[in-house]
Every structure is written in structure tokens, then in C-alpha cells.
Ligand binder design. Structure first.
Ligand code: NAP
Length: 254
């Protein structure tokens, strides 16, 4: 995608990767709309970042997606980039169903149904724009599993194949599908992750992503160096060693 001159909606950008990406894209000359559930964060982001627009949205709620889409498109009819960023990650113990079923359902609603409903709400509009992009957000864990987070890994594998499939189906339109594949990054996604020595600093991650978007405008996947260990394990032939190393290093791995 072009790195400048876009109008970008990022549902799931009140913190972490989404907020850092919103600020970086704003600095590159894009109009950016930040979305999320937490009203107080949205108000603070608007106050502290002149030029960032905000909209409240719960991406697990179809009515909220419809209302936010209407609001965003009424105010920004030139919207040409959608980044379905909202996601949750939970540690699950599948020995005990009462401990994981609620979490698994919430993960599917947020990480899988959310992007599907968001893309459905915007895809007709995006096809009217001469140059449009849907930047999906998967994970290195779509390609090698962390033992502690089965539903999360599966949700991100679903996003990978959704992205691959939509790229084929929308090839006859102006809409490009680009998949962002983050490695572990220091955000509040899991408790303790902001201090994790295994996770990449947020600023370094987003500046590498921005540089890749800028230097590889035709890329179908945005892969920072740190994610290639997971992303290409199977193709390299060292998948089993990678899975073993990933889980041996994981502080949640039991
Ligand atoms: N950090 C990593 O290591 C990593 C690695 C690979 C992939 N990712 C992916 O990157 C994305 C961003 O995660 P992050 O690491 O930046 O974590 P984060 O700081 O916890 O951010 C998650 C964002 O999603 C929003 N969100 C969650 N549920 C939502 C809902 N139902 N409706 C609307 N917004 C919702 C949150 O906003 P509100 O709470 O205000 O709604 C927040 O802005 C996720 O899809 C995650 O899976 C992260």
C-alpha cells in the first residue's frame, strides 16, 4: 500500500500496536480514525493527538460495527484503508473445559468474527475507491503454536487463510489484502507482556513495519525480521525445533 495520503480506520487502536501504528501513519500524512470500546481512552487520544479522529466500537457486536461504519463513512467518505486490529489473547488450560470455554468463545468472537464482520461492513465501500487496502492482523503464532494459547493460535491461523482467500477473490477489484504478521511485541495483550524480554519493543516494531510498508508497497505480508523464525519454520524444515524452542522459552507454558 501507499504509505501516505490514505484515510485509515483502525478498530482496535486505543492501545498497543494499533495506537502506535495510528500515530505513525498520522505522522506519514494519513488521516487516521482510532476505534475501540474504552471511551475514556478515546477521549484522551483525541485530546493528546490533534489530527487523530476517534470512534467508539465494540467489534464483537454486529450493531456496533454497523453504527461505527455509518459514522466513519459519513465523516470520511474517502476512507480507503481498513485495519481490523482488535484482538484478545488468553491463556487456556484444555484439561478443564470450565476454565477455557468462555475464553475460547470470546477469542473467536473478537479475533475471527470481528474482522469478518468489519470487512463485510466496509468491502463494498472500499471497492468504490481507486486504491484500497485491508490490512489484516495475524501473528507468528498462526504458523507455530504456543502451547498455552490454543484458541488464540487457531484464531490467527484463520486470519491468515482468510487473508489469502480474500486476496484471490478480490483480485478483480481495487482492494488489496495485506497481512501484518507480528512477532511477540511489548503490549498489554497478555499480563506481563509489556515487560517481557521475549517480546519486541513496541516502537522498534512499528518503525520496522512503517519502513516495510514504505519500501515494499506491493508486499502481501508485512513480516519484521523477528517473526521470520516462526513464519517460515515449516518451509525451512525446522518446524519441530522451532515449536520446541518457542514453548521452552514461554513463561506461560505449562
Ligand atoms: N502484542 C503482540 O505480541 C502481538 C503479536 C501478534 C499479533 N498481535 C495482534 O495485534 C493486535 C493488537 O494487539 P496489541 O498487542 O496491541 O494488544 P492491546 O494493547 O491489548 O490492544 C488490543 C486493542 O484491541 C481493542 N479491542 C479488544 N477487544 C475489542 C472489541 N471487542 N472491540 C473493539 N476493540 C477491541 C482494544 O481496545 P478497547 O479495549 O478499548 O476496546 C485495544 O485497542 C491484536 O489483534 C493481536 O492479536 C499482537
Amino acid at each position: 500500500m501507499n504509505i501516505t495520503g490514505n484515510t485509515v480506520f483502525i478498530p482496535g487502536s486505543t492501545s498497543g500496536i494499533g495506537l502506535a501504528l495510528a500515530r505513525a501513519l498520522r505522522a506519514k500524512g494519513n488521516t487516521v480514525i482510532v476505534g475501540g470500546r474504552r471511551a475514556e481512552r478515546l477521549a484522551r487520544i483525541a485530546a493528546e493527538n490533534p489530527g487523530l479522529d476517534t470512534v467508539q466500537i465494540d467489534t464483537t457486536d454486529p450493531a456496533s460495527i454497523q453504527a461505527a461504519a455509518k459514522e466513519v463513512l459519513a465523516k470520511h467518505p474517502d476512507l480507503n484503508v481498513l485495519v481490523p486490529m482488535a484482538g484478545i489473547m488468553r491463556v487456556e488450560d484444555w484439561h478443564r473445559p470450565e476454565s477455557f470455554l468462555d475464553s475460547a468463545e470470546a477469542i473467536v468472537a473478537t479475533n475471527v468474527l470481528g474482522p469478518i464482520r468489519l470487512i463485510a461492513a466496509f468491502v463494498e465501500h472500499l471497492q468504490t475507491r481507486p486504491d484500497a487496502t485491508i490490512l489484516t492482523v495475524s501473528s507468528g503464532l498462526a504458523f507455530a503454536p504456543l502451547k498455552a494459547t490454543p484458541s488464540y493460535n487457531a484464531s490467527k491461523a484463520a486470519i491468515h487463510l482468510l487473508s489469502e482467500s480474500l486476496r484471490l477473490q478480490l483480485a478483480d477489484t481495487s482492494v488489496r489484502i495485506v497481512e501484518l504478521v507480528p512477532p511477540s511485541v511489548r503490549t498489554a495483550l497478555l499480563p506481563g507482556q509489556e515487560e517481557s524480554e521475549f517480546a519486541m519493543p513496541l516502537d522498534a516494531f512499528v518503525s520496522e513495519v512503517t519502513e516495510l510498508l514504505e519500501t515494499q508497497p506491493d508486499a502481501t505480508e508485512i513480516q519484521v525480521e523477528n517473526v521470520k523464525f516462526l513464519r517460515h519454520a515449516e518451509a525451512r524444515g525446522d518446524y519441530h525445533q522451532v515449536v520446541e524452542m518457542l514453548n521452552a522459552a514461554d513463561p506461560h507454558g505449562k
